[in-house]
Structures are given as structure tokens and as C-alpha cells.
Ligand binder design. Structure first.
Ligand code: ASP
Length: 586
């Protein structure tokens, strides 16, 4: 019975209606149970498992099997015996009585059990990634990712978008991170950069008249890694001509309506909008998690002359804000002290707490402020009996970052995030430029091709920090899923933008001359967005680590444990490239 391989059923596909059929199956042995005169074995492929039964003349074949052996079998589908069905398994009503078996390859004992919920270390899992990916929960992530990408491609195709590939060996792109560099052999001493994004190419494609571009694009940024960062990652990269913000919002809301249901998440038809300023003021973050309260309250007006030096000093130069934790007066001294550790990494000196109890107040500032003084803060913050007010004072940036982090910390600790709720949101009106204290200069908050709001252009020279950008981020549950902007298409505005960034004409020509040149020959107004595919799949799959949704990820120190990259290369290769090793650090 040799059928075409493409007609062979998958292990996980067999159901009660297949009873009586003769089937050929191929896969891996998950485990074997000997019952004396009867051997059960689970056969696994990427779709699931099915129970095989070896009896009478086939018994000896079944007894040979060990976990992860690869077999091809022929057999008949039959119902499981009374009381043997497994409702948790899609194939749980049936089993396959094996009539012929071919042991294709034998497996050595694997370094960890290929099962969900493994307690194997991530190091071991990454070293033997092919075994890790064989585990159903990991396979499911790859399949979800595939379905998402297929659906996204279908959607963009229907919307008139064209997928165009852009170069991997290119020049430095303007996302502001460190580049990965590749030496050129032919042009000794010259270097390619790997793209941090296809930004400049997707803009050039608009000049080329493509009009609607999309790409599932690999991007490379040589940054220190965190749990949800990888040196190479994938974006759903989008750019279109003759569009405005609203068009981008509608496009992406339409996309999410198609992809999130693949994970049982139904986003609203339209996402709420919030300006950057409002997000910072209310949530202390430009990617606010709006699924719970604990919003920031303004207390700066109470600080001058209040009698507590720390607050007075902070109010003079910065901000004083707080959050109210309902019922938080029950927190112990130790718990309150612990909160300092949450805010200190953000530059805050600590958290000042105030409690309103049944007949009194408590706070380390009580002596300085007096009971009335403490009450003034509690009243202004709306803290009722049994509530806790947590105050942070200092530079505006620090106060927002610290309270933003505190809010998330408390929500997680105290389980304040409603199960199953998902909030989608557009954050708009980002500042165009960001002042860097260390370098004493402005940097583009998004990138240097982001358009300023038309009404703000006049302030590019007079008050650059106040110019708002036509930039937007799409946020889900406190995670940034993507961001983009309407671009500058006027040579004049672009020149002024470069000037605000301290990029002189010569430097602009050297770095981005090809784009500026292209803009001389009829550039359509255009804009776009890029969505972080890895992060979206991670959230849809309900995972905590981006590595779980990437087939072959790097560790947080940027190594691939499977291949051993980055690795030494042959000295001859280096010589050919004209590169001299600097020697290893450490
Ligand atoms: N290129 C930008 C980024 O990678 C996105 C965009 O502006 O479209 O963040």
C-alpha cells in the first residue's frame, strides 16, 4: 500500500469517523507501554499523537521500540476499548492496530524528555533545539506563527500591497541602534551594514511608484539583549503613498481583526487613541497598560511650602506625583520598603508612602507635614480609608518612569490585571525630538524621516523639544506592537530636521544622499509602520519569552547554542578580508 506521501494522514488527524480504514502513518515514538501480550505506543508528528497497538504477530515489533525512534506503520483504525477513551486527546476515541512496521531509524536516549512542561534547562533546550521544537507546545508556536504570516500576507494582498524584498547587505539605516557590520572582500576596507530596518528602501519604493509595500522583513540591531529582544528579529514592514494617519490606523486595525482571532483574541473594531502626553501623565509610560487603574495623580501643587524638604525641593525643579492603592494601608513596613527597589533603577530616590487608617494617618513624613499636611495629600489623591498613597518626587522623566514601573509591579504582585482582557491602543503625537543630556543634543525620537506636525514646523528652530511628530505606536496590554510615522517629503523640512539633529549638509549627503537625491524626482507623500512579528506571536501564544516563538533564537548574550555562533574563523578568511583580529577580551 504505497500511497503518495501527501495523502498519508497526520497522526493527530484520525477520529472516530476513520474507524475501519487502513492507514499508513509515519512519525516518532513518544512512549511505549508493555501490557504483556499487548504493546501500546504513542506515535507523534507535528499535528499530535495517536495510539498504536501491537498484538499477536506484531507484538515483537512493538517490543523493540524506544522513545524517539522513527517508524512507518500500516494499520487499521479501530475504536478504543470500553473505558479506554481519552477525552483530552483529539485522537482519544481511536487507536491504530499495527499490521506492518518499518523501523526507519533508532534514536539514542534523548538528553531530555520530549514532552510539554519539561523541566530541562533552557540551555539544554537551545542546544538540542530540534528536540525542543518536537515538543507539542513549541511546535504549536511555530504553526501559529506560520498561520499568522499567511493570514497577514493574504490580507495585505487583498488591500493591494505588494511584497518586495530589500537588501540585507546594505548601508547603515537610521533606527539609531548599533549596526552589525560585514567586511567587503572585493572592496577591502569597506563595510556593509545589516539593515536595522528596511526604512530607506521602503521609502525609495514609494518614489518608485510601488504605492503599497509590505515585507516580512528581517532586521538586525546590535544591542544588549533582554527577554523580549533578539539581535535579529522580524517585522511586518509596511509603507504606502498618498496616505495619512487615519489610513494607517484603519489598515492595522483591519489586520489585527484578521490575525488575533487565530489565538482566540477579538480586538475591537477601532482602537482608542491617546496622546503621548496623556499616556505619560496618566500612566507614566508611552506604552500604557490600561487594563487596570492605579493612574498617576498630580500632587505638585501641594509641595511648595509643605514643610517636607524632599518634596519642596523636588517641586521646585521637577514633579511630585503619586498613585493610590485601594486597601493598601494593610501593607507591612517590609512590603513598603521593598517598593524602593522597584523605583531606584529608574533614578528615583525612593517612594514616600502615606496611609489613611480608620482614625488617623501614617507616613514617614507625618512629623514634618503634620497630620493635616498628610491629609491634604491623601485628599488631593482621592485616597480613602484603608488606602495607601505612594509618592515619587524628582525630575519629570524620573517620576514618570518610576511610577510607571511601580504601577506595573503592584498590578502584577496583587493580581489586578483582569484575566482574559486585552486592551489595544494607539499612542499618538510623540515628540519629534528627544534631548540627550549626556551628548547635549537632540536625537530623533523615531527616526530622522518622521514628519513634524504641520502646525509645529515653525518651532523646529525656536523650540525643537516642543515639536510633535506625526508618529504613532500601536500598543497592546502595555507592550508596543509596532510604530511608524508619516514621513517628511519636503526637501526643505528634511533639511531643517537634519539641522535640528545637528546633522550638517555634508553629513546628511554622505549618509542619506541617495534618499535625498531620489526625493528630487517626484516623491509622493507617504508613511508607514512596522510591527514586531516576534512579539505579536509571543503575546498571541501567551508566552513570556520571545525565544519561544523563534525557531532558532540566540541567548541573551547573543550566542546560538545549537551552532556555536558567533565562532572563530579561519585566519586566511580574515586576511582575505583585510581584517586583523583585535584579540579576545577577558
Ligand atoms: N522603520 C521603523 C522601525 O523599524 C518603523 C517605521 O517607521 O515604519 O521602527
Amino acid at each position: 500500500m504505497r500511497r503518495s506521501a501527501w495523502e498519508r494522514p497526520w497522526c493527530g488527524s484520525l477520529r472516530a469517523e476513520n474507524v475501519g480504514e487502513t492507514v499508513e502513518l509515519a512519525g516518532w515514538i513518544r512512549r511505549r507501554r508493555d501490557l504483556g501480550g499487548l504493546v501500546f505506543a504513542d506515535l507523534r508528528d507535528r499535528t499530535g499523537i495517536v495510539q498504536l497497538v501491537f498484538e499477536s504477530e506484531m507484538l515483537a515489533e512493538g517490543e523493540r521500540l524506544s522513545p524517539e525512534d522513527v517508524v512507518r506503520i500500516e494499520g487499521t483504525v479501530r475504536p478504543r476499548a470500553e473505558g479506554q477513551t481519552n477525552p483530552d486527546l483529539p485522537t482519544g476515541e481511536i487507536e491504530v492496530r499495527v499490521t506492518a512496521m518499518e523501523l526507519l531509524t533508532e534514536s539514542e536516549t534523548p538528553p531530555f524528555q520530549v514532552e510539554d512542561g519539561t523541566n530541562a534547562s533552557e540551555e539544554l533546550r537551545l542546544t538540542h533545539r530540534y528536540l525542543d521544537l518536537r515538543r507539542p507546545e513549541m511546535t504549536a508556536n511555530l504553526l501559529l506563527r506560520h498561520r499568522l504570516v499567511m493570514e497577514a500576507r493574504r490580507y495585505f494582498d487583498e488591500m493591494g500591497f505588494v511584497e518586495v524584498e530589500t537588501p540585507i547587505l546594505t548601508r547603515s539605516t537610521p533606527e539609531g541602534a548599533r549596526d552589525f557590520l560585514v567586511p567587503s572582500r572585493i572592496h577591502r576596507g569597506s563595510w556593509y551594514a545589516l539593515p536595522q530596518s528596511p526604512q530607506l528602501f521602503k521609502q525609495l519604493l514609494q518614489v518608485a511608484g510601488i504605492g503599497r509595500y509590505v515585507q516580512i522583513a528581517r532586521c538586525f540591531r546590535d544591542e544588549d539583549l533582554r527577554a523580549d529582544r533578539q539581535p535579529e528579529f522580524t517585522q511586518i514592514d509596511v509603507e504606502a503613498s498618498f496616505i495619512e494617519e487615519e489610513d494607517v490606523f484603519g489598515l492595522i486595525e483591519g489586520l489585527f481583526a484578521r490575525i488575533f482571532p487565530l489565538a482566540g483574541i477579538e480586538p475591537p473594531e477601532r482602537f482608542p487613541r491617546m496622546t503621548y502626553d496623556e499616556a505619560m501623565e496618566r500612566y507614566g509610560s508611552d506604552r500604557p497598560d490600561t487594563r487596570f487603574g492605579l493612574e498617576l495623580v498630580e500632587l505638585g501643587h501641594l509641595a511648595p511650602g509643605c514643610g517636607f524638604r524632599v518634596l519642596e525641593a523636588a517641586a521646585a525643579e521637577g514633579r511630585v506625583k503619586g498613585i493610590v492603592l485601594p486597601g493598601g494601608a494593610a501593607l507591612s513596613r517590609k512590603q513598603l520598603d521593598g517598593l524602593n527597589e522597584v523605583v531606584r533603577p529608574h533614578g528615583a530616590a525612593g517612594v514616600l508612602w502615606m496611609k489613611r487608617t480608620a482614625d488617623s494617618v501614617a507616613s514617614p513624613a507625618r512629623k514634618a507635614l503634620g497630620e493635616d499636611g498628610v491629609l491634604r495629600f491623601l485628599d488631593a489623591a482621592g485616597a480613602g480609608e484603608g488606602d495607601l498613597l505612594l509618592i515619587v518626587a524628582g525630575a519629570g522623566k524620573v517620576v514618570h518612569a518610576a511610577l510607571g514601573a511601580l504601577r506595573l509591579h503592584i498590578a502584577r504582585e496583587r493580581d489586578l490585571i483582569p484575566e482574559g482582557r486585552h486592551d489595544f491602543l494607539w499612542v499618538t503625537d510623540f515628540p519629534l525630538l528627544e534631548w540627550n543630556e549626556e551628548d547635549g543634543r537632540f536625537y530623533a525620537m523615531h527616526h530622522p524621516f518622521t514628519a513634524p506636525r504641520p502646525g509645529d514646523v515653525v518651532r523646529l528652530e525656536t523650540d525643537p523639544g516642543a515639536v510633535r511628530a506625526r508618529a504613532y505606536d500601536v500598543v497592546m496590554d502595555g507592550s508596543e506592537l509596532g510604530g511608524g510615522s508619516i514621513r517628511i517629503h519636503s526637501a526643505e523640512v528634511q533639511r531643517r530636521m537634519f539641522a535640528a539633529l545637528g546633522i550638517g549638509e555634508e553629513e546628511a549627503r554622505a549618509r542619506f544622499g541617495f534618499l535625498l537625491e531620489a526625493f528630487r524626482y517626484g516623491v509622493p507623500p507617504h508613511g508607514g509602520i512596522a510591527l514586531g512579528l516576534d512579539r505579536i506571536v509571543m503575546l498571541m501564544a501567551g508566552r513570556d519569552s520571545i525565544r519561544d516563538v523563534i525557531a532558532f533564537p540566540k541567548t541573551t548574550s547573543g550566542s546560538c547554542l545549537l551552532t556555536g555562533a558567533p565562532a572563530d574563523v579561519d585566519p586566511d578568511q580574515l586576511a582575505e578580508l583585510g581584517v586583523r583580529p583585535a584579540g579576545k577580551e577577558g
